[in-house]
Design a protein around this ligand. Structure first.
Ligand code: COI
Length: 356
């Protein structure tokens, strides 16, 4: 366990790189803020974290995470309100999911309140890096990996926990075209689909590449056993509007990541009185509804993109075009609400923001 009181040693950069950034052309995930937080686990305890200049890591070639993938991460976003206060969206949900990932991948846990305090610390040090421009955010990447120099298979005895941040622009620049995948699979029951672990993303690359060669941006993943049920889309949860209802696969299945954005979508839709069905969703019902023009909206929900509206859905030889994105009520309303909430433009009525 970590000690009760965290003392953080801070070693600040001599010169900030902030003036080198082209703030009007911010890509996703390529610009990194000045500092990072590093905390080591050894001898059965987490040692005091340090904030240091953002820099490369030096690693032993046998570092076990590289070989066997004991590696987990989170993704969160910070924005600023008009009073220059920093707002972070539902960090307690990421903290909880990180704990779940730790358990599943056999890694030492970090108390959730500590996780949130460390996030707050590193964001505060680089608060000048939190963009104010609409559509831009500070993406926060906490991650943990095994550091034993050992090529036998066992849970590592040592780990590194790091948080870095990067100011980001849009993840997708346009609505996405997705294909319902019936051969490859993202996660199987009893596997690690619910954990935010590196290997899940590695496994998705090849099938996604094949779909991209056919003109799609991403896949809609189906269940591993029968490919009868819809699970996720790309790196996001998937949400449909069918017959005026919001329909989305239930996270009861351990193949589906418990998405923070997806939870917000469901919560806010219910709060607005929209009928929501969180349950197993079959490929057949979605394809039938697509054929009959009853799917009026579909979107991916994830931290990086927030809401990624789906333009077209491919299934076998068929290609279904959804209504023009400008005409969609549900996803546009949710997208505007979440964007405005995260930047303090609407009241935080559900108490979702950490503000400092
Ligand atoms: C997200 O949608 O937030 C993701 O998990 C994508 C991320 C891996 C860049």
């Amino acid at each position: 366990m970590i000690k009760d009181t965290i003392s953080i040693k801070v070693n600040k950069v001599e010169r900030s790189r902030i003036t080198d950034v082209d703030w009007d052309n911010l890509p996703f995930g390529k610009v990194f803020s000045d500092h990072m937080l590093v905390m080591d686990y050894k001898d059965g305890v987490w040692h005091d974290p340090e904030i240091v200049p953002f820099e490369s890591l030096s690693m032993h070639p046998a570092t076990s995470a590289i070989h066997y993938g004991q590696s987990i991460f989170e993704g969160m976003k910070a924005n600023k309100n008009e009073n220059n206060e920093v707002l972070i969206f539902r960090p307690e949900m990421n903290a909880k999911r990180f704990t779940e990932s730790c358990k599943r991948i056999c890694m030492p846990q970090i108390p959730e309140s500590t996780f949130i305090q460390l996030i707050q610390k590193i964001v505060d040090i680089d608060r000048e890096w939190v963009p104010s421009k609409e559509g831009h955010s500070l993406y926060i990447r906490p991650f943990m990996f095994a550091t034993d120099d050992f090529i036998g298979i066992k849970p590592s005895d040592t780990y590194k926990f790091i948080i870095f941040t990067c100011p980001v622009g849009a993840y997708y620049s346009q609505p996405v075209n997705v294909k319902i995948e019936e051969y490859y699979t993202r996660a199987a029951q009893g596997g690690v689909g619910r954990a935010k672990t590196a290997g899940n993303y590695a496994a998705s690359l090849y099938p996604a590449k094949l779909a991209q060669e056919q003109g799609f941006h991403q896949l809609i993943w189906t269940d591993a056993a029968e490919h009868k049920y819809i699970e996720e889309s790309g790196t996001m949860n998937i949400v449909f509007e069918i017959d005026g209802k919001l329909v989305t696969p239930s996270e009861d299945m351990d193949t589906i990541l418990r998405g923070v954005t997806k939870r917000a979508v469901v919560d806010i839709a219910r709060h607005w009185g929209v009928e929501v069905e969180e349950r197993r969703v079959t490929v057949e019902e979605v394809v039938t509804a697509l054929r009959e023009g009853r799917v009026t909206d579909a979107f991916g929900a994830g931290t990086a993109a927030t809401i990624a509206q789906v333009a077209k859905i491919g299934f076998r030889e068929e290609l279904f075009e959804l209504p023009d994105v400008t005409s969609r009520t549900l996803s546009n309303k949710i997208k505007t609400y979440l964007t405005d909430l995260k930047s303090g433009k609407v009241e935080d009525e559900l108490n979702w923001l950490l503000k400092f």
